[in-house]
Design a protein around this ligand. Structure first.
Ligand code: UD1
Ligand code: UDP
Length: 364
């Protein structure tokens, strides 16, 4: 049997690496299809290198565009490649447009699918990712959940429990694997950052696409930079808009290119505070015990609040929240990580997939 992994964007690479490794250890034949949704070296190649991911068997080079144009290019490219390779299972990850397109293509071609990171819900359909999650989960044959809340969301949407496996979080597997190489000193030295600093990453459309939202956010972020120097590795999506709003290099703000996986997490590990709107970064700060302020009205990752270091803030409340977080330091309410965030999600997923390929629908 052949398993294909469809990957397109930065967070996909991080989630897939442990699954690919574990399936390899079980001797499963597999290949990666890179859709090319992310294509800059710092958004793609660096992750393959840092995570030890094998070369893709194909890169569809779909690139950027409006949702319709990008999704259309993904559908056309993926249909061709799935027909060509005739996989027994296609594995998709997270909530990006490449994930949605792969699920639609496979559903129409009658190819079985597995969704890693199933059941997360922000209950905010204004987020493109929420639409992608709902459609992907409704069409997947195997659903791998990273946290218990996902199980009730899927049940409420009528997904049969027999399809769903609570396996833990493969993004955290990648973090566990990288942990021994996470050293803030070299990246701090290379960037010329001070010893005590905060990190900010901002790329959600609701925060960076309109001049009004960008202005409100940037003014709050600049206020934080008066409390603590900020390093801002900037996603290409927000670069121009946030710069227009005033987020530019200055004495207390360093705006830098996106960082590679190991460099980024090293920087986060040494940070006094993280300000973000990323999904994955909410989880990584929880695991690393670094206080995290998420500038969003909601999160599809509530375990990072109940078990972790995450707090939701509005731009208006960000400066005061930062002051408090810096005074309090890291504090995790339960003192323990969410269930099964133990670095072994990849092997659990691989065991279910391997048994399923043998026609044996076992629990993990
Ligand atoms: C996508 C995901 C989002 C995820 C993010 C991770 C969707 C709908 N959104 O958002 O959920 O959090 O990836 O990083 O799939 N660009 C470049 N170089 C690149 C890639 C993108 O310059 O290598 C720029 C282009 O101007 C592009 C813009 O970034 O138009 C947005 O890229 P796109 O892949 O459409 O969405 P993201 O904002 O990256
Ligand atoms: N990341 C990185 N370099 C950066 C910013 C993020 O390596 O400059 C990593 C981050 O640690 C996480 C992943 O990229 O593993 C998350 O991607 P992103 O925030 O782009 O997407 P989201 O999780 O919001 O979908």
């Amino acid at each position: 049997p052949l398993v294909l992994h469809v990957l397109g964007a930065r967070p996909n690479f991080v989630k897939a690496a442990p699954v690919v490794r574990a399936l390899g250890e079980l001797g499963v034949r597999q290949g990666i299809i890179h859709t090319g949704q992310h294509y800059d070296a710092l958004m793609s190649d660096v992750f393959f290198a840092d995570l030890g991911l094998p070369e893709p068997v194909a890169n569809l080079g779909v690139g950027s565009g409006t949702h319709a144009k990008q999704t259309a290019a993904l559908l056309v490219g993926l249909e061709e490649v799935v027909l060509e390779h005739a996989p027994d299972l296609v594995v998709v990850y997270g909530d990006v447009n490449s994930t949605l397109a792969a699920i639609l293509v496979c559903a129409k071609l009658g190819v079985r699918t597995a969704h890693v990171e199933a059941g997360l819900r922000s209950f905010d359909r204004g987020m493109p990712e929420e639409v992608n999650r709902i459609v992907t989960d409704s069409l997947s044959d195997l659903l791998f959940a990273t946290s218990p809340d996902a199980l009730s969301h899927l049940a409420a949407e009528g997904v049969p429990a027999s399809k769903v496996h609570l396996v833990g979080n493969p993004m955290i597997d990648s973090l566990f694997a990288a942990l021994p190489s996470l050293d803030p000193a070299p990246v701090v030295a290379r960037l010329g950052a001070p010893e005590r600093y905060a990190v900010a990453t901002l790329h959600r459309p609701a925060n960076v696409d309109s001049p009004e939202a960008a202005a409100e956010l940037v003014s709050a972020v600049l206020e934080v930079s008066r409390q603590i120097p900020l390093v801002v590795p900037i996603h290409p999506r927000g670069r121009a808009r946030l710069a227009e709003a005033g987020l530019v290099d200055g004495p207390s703000v360093q705006v830098v290119d996106p960082l590679g996986y190991v460099d980024f997490l090293s920087l986060v590990r040494g940070a006094a505070l993280v300000v973000t709107d990323s999904g994955g970064v909410q989880e990584e700060t929880t695991m690393l015990g670094v206080p995290c302020l998420t500038v969003r009205p909601n999160t599809e990752r509530p375990v990072t609040i109940t078990h972790g270091t995450n707090r939701l803030v509005t731009p208006a409340l960000l400066p005061a929240a930062a002051e408090k977080a810096l005074a309090d330091g890291a504090s995790t309410p339960s003192g323990e990580l969410p269930p099964l965030w133990d670095g072994a999600a990849g092997p659990r997923i691989a065991r279910v997939i391997s048994a399923w390929l043998k026609g044996d629908n076992l629990s993990p």
